[in-house]
Structures are given as structure tokens and as C-alpha cells.
Design a binder for this molecule. Sequence first.
Ligand code: GSH
Length: 215
Amino acid sequence: MSLLPVLYSFRRCPYAMGARLALAFSGQSYELREILLRDKPLEMLKISPKGTVPVLQLPDGRVIEESVEIAEWAFEKSGQVPWIGAGRALFEEMHSAFIPIINRYKYPDRYGLPDGLKARAQGRRFLEKLEDHLQKKAFLCGESLGLADCLIFPFVRQFRVVDRGWFDQEINLPVLLKWMTFFTGHPLFEKIMEKQDPWLETRGENSAVIQVLFS
Ligand SMILES: N[C@@H](CCC(=O)N[C@@H](CS)C(=O)NCC(=O)O)C(=O)O
């Protein structure tokens, strides 16, 4: 068994991205196993039959199967309080309201909608709420980065890429944009977004163990 926790992950998955950000910002190194969603490794399904990423297996064999729990584990391990201020409430609102809106914005036809404009306007209201928080403090829950920032940022990013021109030029939420830039320009973000070959394909005699190390 590896001495580092093993993270099964998919680079572009916003849940996995949130977990990787929390691991990175709390300085928790891990062994990365990049997977293909269409060809999940049996090793992963054995420890987590529900088949979603991220999944973290700790050196003692314990398995953490939810992104939020992985993020909480990382923060607690580094002695940080995971949830502060409005963090959990914002996170829950993101799950119950913002993520379904992103889906309607991205795929209006799947929901029988003529376009994503109504969803975009609804999504903007959640972003306005984030902007209000960020107007008061540098991060969503205070002057330093918290769990809510790590877990919410990947979904705002996903919302942004649907129509980047509108988001960057017309949304008019300046502090939110600055908060986005904090992440997108951060070396730790770059590091957790490095492209890796899928673990299945690199396995075997020449299998590469990808260690993502933070000091
Ligand atoms: N509740 C899970 C959700 C994770 C999730 O839905 N991940 C997607 C990828 S973004 C997934 O693994 N889907 C399985 C599949 O597409 O087969 C968590 O927060 O960890």
C-alpha cells in the first residue's frame, strides 16, 4: 500500500477539482490515479462500487468517497477548521440550486428549453451572492481561503466557460472575477490541473506512479 493517500480522479470533474484544491491548499500530497469515466479501473470500483470520482484511499485502507468529505479530511489533517461563517450554507445552496442551473444553462435542449438564457440569469443571482460575500472579505468566509472557496470555485468556473465572453465582459461582478483570477493564476491550481495519462493505460510493468507533492 502506498504511503501517500491514493486519489482516483478525473481532471475536468468539478467535484474532483474541488477535492484536489482542498488537498493542495492544505499541503496534503497524494498519489494521483487519473481515470477514464468510460473505463473505470477495477481497483477503484472494488473500494468504491458507486463509481464516481473523486475517491481517496488512505494509507490505513480507509476510503473516502465524497468530494466534500475528502476536502474536510484534508483541512482537518492540516489543523484548519473546514467550515467557517456562511461556508456550509453557500456550499449547500450551490448543490441544491446552482448545479442544476448550470446543467440547464449548458444543455437547455435536454430540458426542453429554447436556450440557456433564463438559467444564466438564475445562475447570476447565486454569483451576486458570492460577490456580496467577497466584497466584505477576500474569500467567501473570511480573509483566508476556506473549504467553501475550494469546493465552489470549480462550479463557477464551469458556469463561466459556457460563455466566457459574457462572463468576463458583461457580468459586472468585479470582485468575483478577481477571486476567479486568484485561483486560475495560482501555481497550485496549475499543478492540480496538469494533464496526466489515465492510470489504467500507464499501469503494468512500466507503470508510472504520479505523486503530487506539496511541501
Ligand atoms: N457526490 C459526488 C459526485 C461526484 C461526481 O458526480 N463525479 C462525476 C464526474 S464529474 C462522476 O464520477 N460520474 C460518474 C460517471 O460519469 O460515470 C462527490 O461529490 O464526490
